[in-house]
Design a protein around this ligand. Structure first.
Ligand code: DAH
Length: 342
């Protein structure tokens, strides 16, 4: 029986040393120390021993049980620390590796100027109105005092959707004036930036699609002085206090009187150069006092109310703002150009 016990001690030691994981170890614990384990099987036979042998073998069995328990505990601890070490190694995180930088885009120069204009006008109490790009000829022309057969309709030929020429891509943001005057009562103070379309050949200053920002103020006692003050404020806030403007008499069917506003050329400061085509000035917008017929067409009494309106070319403003000498750069999506506005 002594031999048997020593055999168990030896075998268990070897088996425990070879155990590869906690599950195998648990299997060995059951095999040697469990109720139906090998040690118990031997101890069950203690009764058959003589009274001299029994305590000796009993003590030996207890020592062996304690030995196996100790070996199991040590191996268990070793397995767990090895496991932990492996996890630490596998899941290692180097917090010193530089992060991956996200490429941040830049606002398009047109958008920058658009946002600046909105800021300047909302600062003066204007709100932003929106209108459709697909418009009725009635709004784009007729009710802006530009009836059928009016020569101004030819100059702004555009894309028509229907054979009867009723629906078109708007050629100007001015029809938004009508939508606003139809749906709200004075006092009115709105701007409306957006895309417009014309049958223009592409060159350094023209594109068949471009952007305008319409402005409309209607209230009691509005004068040309309000118009000048507002537009001069726009130009000075955009280009600096020393920016010079020039108001030239002009004709628009929907304003009376009408004017065009030029800003002094940024390239030659009025001397005349390639950018301003020798003029010394660059035209940036059309404006005027809202025609009484346009007001009354929207149910606003022109004897009680007056107003001014303007339409700014946003590309022209952006070109002057950033010294861009060719409008095509704004639409070619060349990243080398666009990333300069970061
Ligand atoms: N819509 C005109 C254009 O495209 C610009 C314009 C002129 C707008 C006078 C106005 C205005 O609101 O009053 O050339």
């Amino acid at each position: 029986m002594k031999n048997k016990l020593e055999e168990i001690a030896r075998q268990s030691k070897e088996a425990i040393a070879a155990a590869a994981n906690p599950e195998a170890l648990e299997g060995l614990r059951v095999k040697y120390l469990g109720k139906k384990g090998e040690l118990s099987a031997v101890l069950k036979q203690l009764g058959s021993l003589s009274s001299e042998e029994r305590p000796v073998i009993g003590q030996l069995a207890n020592e062996i049980r304690a030995g196996i328990e100790k070996t199991l505990a040590e191996k268990n601890a070793a397995l767990h620390s090895a496991l932990l070490e492996r996890r630490l190694r596998d899941e290692a995180l180097d917090v010193t590796i530089p992060g991956r930088a996200f490429a941040v885009g830049a606002r398009h120069p047109l958008r920058i100027v658009w946002d600046e204009c909105v800021d300047i006008f909302t600062g003066m109490g204007f709100s932003v109105a929106e209108g459709p790009e697909i418009e009725l000829a009635e709004y784009n022309f007729t009710r802006l005092n530009t009836g059928e057969g009016h020569p101004a309709r030819d100059r702004q030929d555009t894309f028509y959707f229907t054979d009867d020429d009723r629906v078109l891509l708007r050629t100007q943001t001015s029809p938004v004036q009508l939508h606003v005057m139809e749906s709200t009562r004075p006092p009115i103070r709105i701007i409306s930036p957006g895309r417009v379309y014309r049958k223009d050949e592409v060159d350094a200053t023209h594109s068949p699609m471009f952007h305008q920002m319409e402005g409309l103020v209607v209230d009691k006692g509005i004068t040309m002085g309000d118009l000048k003050g507002t537009l001069n404020t726009l130009v000075r806030r955009l280009y600096g206090d020393d920016a010079k403007t020039r108001f030239r008499p002009h004709h628009f069917p929907f304003t009376e009187p009408s004017c065009e506003v030029d800003v002094q050329c940024f390239e030659c400061h009025g001397e005349g150069c390639r950018v301003c085509k020798g003029e010394g000035w660059i035209e940036v917008l059309g404006a005027g006092m809202v025609h009484p017929r346009v007001l009354s067409g929207c149910g606003i009494d022109p004897d009680e109310y007056s107003g001014f309106a303007f339409g700014v070319g946003l590309e022209r403003l952006a070109m002057r703002r950033f010294n861009i000498s060719d409008l095509r750069l704004l639409f070619e999506n060349d990243i080398r150009f666009l990333s300069q506005f970061n």
